[in-house]
Design a protein around this ligand. Structure first.
Ligand code: HEM
Length: 145
């Protein structure tokens, strides 16, 4: 749900001195999920996505606010549970990151690629750790029920 005006293509955010326009982010995200839908390993886990344009809008917003942009969508991200039930694991994460970094190199300058690569690696690692913790909690709840 849109709660504020969507930034124009040229509106930008700056992170560690590196500038990203809203269009930079939208192009990366759009191309990335086109690649995901064609990938033999990742297309299966992404079957839960029924509305791709909506997903692309949502994830563009996710990165925009991650880079310090103002929020313009109603969002209540719950990535740990969503990823757990999508079958997230370290092998899929590795593949996800390979495709993501290839996409970054297609669209961006080397400075932009370097920072976004580092941020995606760090979020990926944090997701992997939280996924393990979620799994332990989920399995213990199933066991006690
Ligand atoms: C650094 C790596 C990753 C990042 C930054 C990332 C980020 C996100 C974010 C922000 C969402 C939206 C969550 C929400 O709406 O609450 C999402 C959804 C999703 N992610 Fe990831 N993700 C990553 C890796 C992966 C991997 C490896 C998989 C493979 C299982 C995956 C599968 C999905 C799926 C299927 C959804 C859609 C869930 C749904 O709405 O039904 N993601 N991701």
């Amino acid at each position: 749900m849109t709660v504020a005006k969507i930034p124009s293509d040229s509106e930008s955010v700056t992170i560690n001195g590196i500038v990203f326009s809203h269009l930079n982010i939208f192009c990366v995200v759009g191309d990335f999920y086109t690649r995901i839908q064609q990938d033999p390993d990742l297309q299966g886990p992404f079957k839960s996505v029924v509305d791709w344009p909506e997903h692309i809008k949502n994830i563009t917003h996710f990165w925009w606010i991650k880079f310090g942009g103002r929020s313009y969508l109603f969002n209540n991200y719950n990535p740990v549970a969503k990823h757990f039930f999508a079958g997230f694991n370290r092998e899929l994460l590795k593949r996800w990151l390979v495709i993501f970094h290839e996409t970054l190199r297609t669209h961006l300058t080397s400075e932009q690629v370097a920072i976004w690569t580092a941020i995606s690696n760090s979020i990926g690692e944090s997701l992997a750790i939280k996924n393990e913790q979620y799994k332990i909690k989920h399995e213990s709840q199933l066991g006690s029920g």
